[in-house]
Design a protein around this ligand. Sequence first.
Ligand SMILES: [Zn+2]
Length: 226
Amino acid sequence: MKPLWGIDMGGTKIEGVILRSKDNPEVRTRLRVPTEKEGGYDHIIGQIGKLVDRMRQDSGLQPEIIGMGHPGALDPQTQTMKNSNTTVVNGMPFKRDLEAALHLPFVLANDANCFAVAEANMGAVKTHMPEARMVFGVIMGTGVGGGLVIDGKVWNGRQGIGGEWGHSYLDDSGGVCYCGKTGCVETLLCGPATERYYAGISGVRRPLPEIVELYDAGDPAAIQTP
Ligand SMILES: [Zn+2]
């Protein structure tokens, strides 16, 4: 069995993993690089190239194909990216440009769908509720994602964004979203939104892990932060 190469692209970091094989999914290599999305589209592709080179050096292996989870969706009609919170990739033929830059075939999939299908078929759902036929997986990080799995398979929907709930309306207090609408779930429920909320109450900006620690320690501002 061949080793499997996978990459998880996030808004803050890009992580790569090589598993020994499908039947023996033991981690052989796990490395990460910063996304540095402020550097722009070509820089992100360069960071992915840098990560793959490091994975090659670390493992002594060559990939034949790479599977990559990412925020947003590759539009099934135009083959360009949409709905990514790493907004510089939106509207771009990300798969084509990656394949051209790295001289490798890529399979792209929404990161929340990857997570949801993994939990449904191999993880928490399989362990705790194997009879469940419909699974909604929720991701909360730099942004908010979701994946819908029905009978073990991802439900992508007609637009390729089935299960996405980040830009559904929740409450105006979140303000204007990068998508142009107001009150999106993602303006209220994600790491940066929680940090903003905490800063609004306490007057001090702190990273999310510190806010969680303060919450555990009984800090009143952290307790008020949703
Ligand atoms: Zn939005």
